[in-house]
Design a protein around this ligand. Structure first.
Ligand code: GTP
Ligand code: MG
Length: 226
């Protein structure tokens, strides 16, 4: 917990999303259940496909907890600059860390939530992801935020996508087809194979950033000039 406190005091002095909140430097928050692909997404964007053994190295970075389970130990922060400059916070989705998500968006003015869902997940986990996503969408601190739901398509051993993009069942299972109009205009889902992203310029990511820019600049929301 002291690490978390230290983190927030660091945020208070950070030139981007200040606690008082009038900063125009957009802040993104990547959330989603554990092992959905969030950290992989952040480093694929930041480093691109140059990090060839990312899969193996990320497994090594995980520290075993008392049950012997390996979990990502902390949050990550990076800045992206390809389309417009923004700060990106990425927080683990393990059960313990899910309780702390709130602290991030209550302390930092968040302009865009990127919510990652593993397209190969079982029904129960999809329902859990849906519950978390809809709680976020109803949070007062995120009432103007853009929501980009990233369905991580993944490939099986034969390199076939595990998620059927045409049927796109997660749109319905995550309740994205029946959003209230106050949320609907600032929400969109994107299907991508995160492990295959080739940096910020990748066209899959470019589409997401184009949508985020449109929402962030809209006068119904933050009305930013990017
Ligand atoms: N095949 C495949 N594996 C992926 C993909 N994205 C992530 N992975 C793997 O899935 C595992 C979990 O990915 P992470 O990026 O660490 O997941 P996370 O969402 O950050 O998980 P937490 O930090 O626990 O919340 C890692 O071993 C990744 O290499 C993908 O698109 N395809
Ligand atoms: Mg992680």
């Amino acid at each position: 917990m002291s690490r978390i406190k230290a983190f927030f005091s660091k945020c208070a002095g950070f030139s981007g999303g200040l606690i008082s909140g009038s900063s125009e430097f957009p802040q993104f928050l990547i959330l989603g259940l554990d092992r959905s692909g969030k950290t992989t997404l952040l480093y694929r964007l930041k480093i691109g496909s140059g990090w060839t053994n990312i899969h193996e190295e990320m497994e090594k970075m995980r520290t075993p907890n008392e049950d012997g389970k390996v979990e990502d130990p902390g949050y990550h922060y990076e800045e992206l600059n390809r389309f417009f400059s923004c700060g990106v916070w990425e927080v683990p989705g393990t059960e313990a860390m899910r309780h702390l998500w709130k602290l991030f968006y209550q302390s930092i003015k968040i302009h865009c939530v990127v919510f990652v869902v593993d397209g190969g997940e079982a029904e129960e986990r999809i329902n859990l992801a849906k519950r978390h996503l809809h709680v976020l969408m109803n949070e007062a601190e995120l009432r103007n935020a853009c929501f980009c739901v990233v369905i991580n398509q993944r490939l099986d051993e034969k390199k076939n996508p595990v998620y059927d993009e045409k049927e796109d069942v997660l749109k319905y299972k995550l309740g994205l087809h029946e959003l209230h109009h106050s949320v609907d205009w600032r929400t969109k889902h994107f299907i991508m194979n995160i492990l295959d992203l080739k940096g910020e310029s990748d066209k899959e990511w470019a589409q997401l950033m184009a949508f985020a820019k449109e929402v962030l600049c809209n006068s119904r929301g933050f009305g930013l000039k990017l």
